[in-house]
Ligand binder design. Sequence first.
Ligand code: NDP
Length: 454
Amino acid sequence: MGFDFDLFVIGGGSAGVRCGRIAAAHGARVGVAEGRFWGGTCVNIGCVPKKILVQAAEYGAHAEDAVGFGWRGAAAGVHDWAALIAAKDREIARLNGTYRRLLEGVGATVFEAQARFLDPHRIAVGDTEISAERIVIATGGRPLRPDIPGAELGIVSDDAFYLDRRPERVVILGSGYIAVEFAGIFRGLGAEVDLVFRQPLPLRGFDRDLREAMAEALVAQGVRLFPESNIAAVEAMGMGRVAVLADGRRIAADCVFFASGRGANTEGLGLDHAGVATSASGAVMIGEQWRTNVAHIHAIGDVTDRLNLTPVATAEGHALADLLFAGRARAWNFAAVPTAVFSTPPLATVGLSEEDAAARGKTDIYLTRFTPMRHTISGRARKTLIKLVVEQASGRVLGAHMFGEDAPEIIQGIAIAVTAGATKAEFDQTIGIHPTAAEEFVTLRQITRTVGGA
Ligand code: NDP
């Protein structure tokens, strides 16, 4: 009553589009504002184009591997970066249109402009002013640059998707998802890659065996690792760059790439006009039902800086729309969220790491490492790692981890079992599919070690 919209969503990314679309389908009068590109980070400068680049990089190795299988003249040849970027851009343009049409198709009003709070119920969208009973902040995140001299000389992931040329030499800072994914992409396409990171091993927070396997695989791929290091400054050298490490070492490159974390995207939103509180790092703070401190304003997705993953964002958007306009929230299990790193090869994981499980109690570890069948023939030095983390008292599988080809495809299925609370005995009762790597998940017989507990 008296408002232009029942729900106004700020941000047309994974979270916002899903929330707006489902709310409109429930009959709500919905407006959605997007100031940059429909589909947000995932579609435009994240998951989707990243995976296209990962796949492009894999073809070079596939061509090399084909030789072992008798293919002659299959060697990869020269990669055309401009052709890859053009193909990627065509696909992204198609998806942009799809996202916009999804909203319009259910009767939502779309605004292609930045939105800014004027007060808790009123928003300026470009030149228009609207009012809404409920508002959802879904503005996502953005890459952060470290606070060091010459930081402006580096690139971030947003830029990496639009480079005119593939760099010959890249120094990447960080060892999180983005850093190791792009290390694989650039190395796979032929660049020299140096990875500078603060920890002894990449991927802090992941299971230690996965982290060790990742470090080994990066080295096997020819990526130079600089563990326990940091970049203190970036200098220009002609058209090139020099990364100056904290210990004084200097690395010359075409390009210094900061993959050193992301922050919530709230700049220019006018959150203070609405009285919405943010954390010290700038993320919008939420409580139950994705509510901010202002009861009719919610926040979902990366802007809340919790589990910054697309499927989590879309699930949050969907659940919130159901809750607000259908009186029920679809029940997703946010406790065991599977995730994958599209490194070369990829890794995927669901549930607890060995370290986290051991902190909770006595835990049996089942672990196997083997050369996948393909590479017994191709000769590529690449191992697959498969691991189950099992609570000893209950026999429940608390974590499943895989490093190796097809890991994300395989772990998605295993995640159903882990989410359902399956026990190791139930894994053992399952018949394998032969010959696959995945069958190892149901044929792990020997406890490798027991950890945790008194
Ligand atoms: P991450 O948080 O995963 O990694 C950040 C990296 O930067 C870490 O290695 C961190 O080191 C390092 N770092 C942070 N600050 C500094 C600093 N001041 N100086 C030097 N190093 C620093 O961030 P990403 O940007 O890679 O990704 C952001 C999020 O986006 C991910 O956490 C994930 O949620 C999501 N994402 C998911 C993907 C997927 O699902 N495949 C792909 C890409 C992103 P340290 O460990 O020492 O803190």
